[in-house]
Design a protein around this ligand. Structure first.
Ligand code: MG
Length: 310
């Protein structure tokens, strides 16, 4: 892999599906994950070991985790928030566990009913169990720039939470721009601060397309040296803080952008679209990704010379 190449962490099966109200069967989830691995993904966030009442869509986590396609070089990740999650996750072959916190105290309270300190106390035993059984841990830091309750977040707070996640043993930290309000200048500023702190090379970015800034922000992060990008197939996921808005940055949009720049993602765009189509059919609604829709629309509708150009 060249230092210019990137890795996409496909979060559609977990982050994408958890906000989708229409139930998706276990069979379809497995077929979706297989199609994503076939498209070339090497990192897939597969499910979450949370209480079924919290995320009913992922109530089949144990079954999904036991049926993941075995592909050489593919790492599967699952959320493991607490000791109950550990008990379930250690029975599976999921090789990376993920824990959650946020740079905003209010967001943490509303999201996981814990202060930032309490969240670290809660997942200390997850990190210890992961070490014991040879799994790595990914830390998520939400609300890196903006919080739906507190507004703008002081970037030095975000840097301190990221530092802390790494110090307690997270192999990687995913920087969640939770509500998608951030713009490239803010991303540059935050990435610059994380580079000064010496932790940017351990960070992935997790952007949302609520305001259409997903790819612009990804490009800003790329230019500052970030090489790992979370994205979801077709832009699955929506935004619980902006009903009706687009969700996660779409995998297709990122691949299209990086392909155009000559930056390798290792994922085949056509095969990615085919994987997203499986989920679009399962959910029964159109997925928001621009690139996905452009490629799906080829050959349909009026010919270009019949279009009124404006
Ligand atoms: Mg997300």
């Amino acid at each position: 892999m060249s230092p210019d190449d990137v890795t996409i962490v496909e979060v559609g099966p977990r982050d994408g599906l958890q906000n989708e109200p229409n139930h998706v069967s276990t069979e379809r989830k497995i077929a979706f994950i297989e199609a994503l691995a076939d498209a070339g993904h090497r990192r897939i966030e597969a499910t979450a070991f949370v209480h079924p009442k919290v995320i009913p869509q992922l109530a089949d986590a144990d079954v999904v985790a036991s049926r993941l396609p075995e592909r050489e070089g593919v790492t599967y990740t699952a959320l493991v928030p607490n000791d109950h999650g550990v008990a379930r996750a250690r029975k599976t072959g999921i090789s990376q566990w993920a824990v959650f916190t946020a740079a905003s105290e209010t967001f943490n309270q509303k999201n996981i009913k814990a202060s930032i300190d309490e969240s670290f106390a809660r997942f200390a035993s997850v990190l210890e169990a992961a070490r014991e059984c040879g799994r790595t841990v990914r830390g998520y830091c939400s609300t890196i720039l903006h919080c739906p309750y507190e507004g703008r977040i002081d970037p030095s707070l975000t840097v301190s939470v990221v530092r802390r996640l790494i110090d307690v043993g997270c192999e990687e930290v995913s920087l969640g721009e939770t509500i998608g309000r951030g713009t490239p200048g803010e991303i540059r500023d935050l990435c610059g601060r994380l580079a000064v702190e010496g932790v940017l090379d351990r960070c992935a970015v997790h952007f949302h397309d609520t305001y259409g800034m997903g790819c612009a922000n990804a490009l800003a992060a790329y230019e500052l040296g970030v090489r790992t990008f979370d994205a979801s197939a077709g832009g699955l996921g929506g935004c619980p803080y902006a009903p009706g808005a687009a969700g996660n940055t779409a995998t297709e949009d990122l691949i299209f952008m990086f392909n155009g720049m000559g930056v390798k993602t290792g994922v085949d765009l056509e095969a990615q679209v085919a994987a997203s189509l499986l989920m679009e059919e399962a959910l029964g609604h159109t997925l928001p990704s621009h690139t996905y829709r452009a490629l799906r629309g080829r050959g349909q509708g009026p010919k270009p010379d019949h279009l009124e150009m404006s």
